[in-house]
Structure formats: structure tokens, C-alpha cells
Write a protein that binds this ligand. Sequence first.
Ligand SMILES: O=C[C@H](O)COP(=O)(O)O
Length: 247
Amino acid sequence: MSRRKLAAGNWKMNGLAAQLAEIDALVNACPAPGCDVLICPPATLIAPMAQRAAGSVVAVGGQDCHARDSGAHTGDVSAAMLRDAGASYVILGHSERRADHGESDADVRAKTEAAWAAGLVAIVCVGETEAQRDAGEALSVVGAQLAGSLPDGATAANTVVAYEPVWAIGTGRTPSNDDIAEMHSHMRARLAERFGAEADGMRLLYGGSVKPGNAREIFGLADVDGGLVGGASLKAADFAGIVEAAG
Ligand SMILES: O=C[C@H](O)COP(=O)(O)O
């Protein structure tokens, strides 16, 4: 099964209107990439970024959504609102959301259902802490997160899974290639048990200190279908190198 790779940037809580110029630079640097390209800016920049990127190869996504469409949820944003602002993807269950906002697998599953209902592709994040890896629990922890966070209706078209070891995020550290390959193979097998042949088409991203200098090697590993990139997605020059590696 050939899966088109995805280079996804997560700007996290970074970016003011002035940074929208990075999108122009990215579009110029990557006029015809051989992979899908996505930037997930903070919610305040989704609409202007989507307008700026309209007609280009760069898709725009959210970093979270509420499980409900609308209502009395001060400060929250629904999947329908993201879609209305021009998003086509949403990151769900990022470890920073799980840690900062206490999001459970059940919460992530409900948000994923909401994302699909709004026509968004869900990028569902999983990953172990360093203590869990040291205890030999990485595979079982990620397997349980996958089982709990993905609803039954997951398909290759509506879902992307991102494996992000918590200890590799923003640290400059990455797992060994063998460890990444082992985890991605494990995830593919768990998905195949549950979703059958559909799992062959699901894209599995690696995230955690992906840089232009290591992206090609990581994206070349079996069952790695691109990356979810934090810090190195903020500057078009860096992210263009990662897009190039994925293409
Ligand atoms: O969503 C992105 C990840 O948390 C990775 O962040 P990082 O590339 O800054 O390590």
C-alpha cells in the first residue's frame, strides 16, 4: 500500500499576524511538494492563514476542538467552527492537551467523532512518557491510548495517527530508528486488528524533535508516513527542508 506522506506543522501557542508571512515563504519554497503539507496555527490565525494559503498546496488545521458543536463552553472552539474558518484537519489528544487540560482517551475519542462530523481529518496523538519507556511500558501504553482514543469509524481518509514520545517533544532528543520503527509497526498491527485492511492506508506520523537534518532518515523508516513537527515548523526555511524530506 502506498501512502502519501504528510508533513504537518504544529505551531502550538506561537504566532501573531506578522508570522503569516511564513506561509507565503513556505508556499514559495514548496511550489509542488511530493507530500501533503499542513500547518496548524493557533486558533486566532486559522482564518487568515486559510485565506492566505487558499489555492496553494498548504492545508490549514486546528490544534484542538470541543466535543460539542456549540453551546455554553467559554473559551472553547468547535470542530464546525474550525471548518468554517477554513481548517481541514485538527490535532487531537496532543500530550500537551492531555497534560495541561487533563484530556483522557475518552475525551479524545469524543472530539474525534466531532471532528469527523464537521468534515475534518483528525490527527490523533499518542505517546509514552520517559518513565513509561524506562519501565518497558511504551508499547502497551501506546496500544491502550490507540484503543481508547480512536472511535470505531476510523478510516484512512478521516484519521491520521501521530506517535509522539513525550520525552522527545521540544528536547532535541529522538528515539533510535529501531525504536521508532518498532512502535510504528506495533501501531499498524494494532490498527489492523481492529480496522482490518483499512489500517494499511492510515498514515502514521512521527513527532518529537523532527528537524531538517533528521527528517529524511526518520521518514524513510517502515510505517512512518511523515511527521508532526513543532519548533521546526515555525520558520518556513526549516519546514521547507522537512517537506522536501517527506516528498
Ligand atoms: O506537535 C508537535 C510535537 O509536539 C513535536 O514538537 P517538537 O518538534 O518541537 O519537538
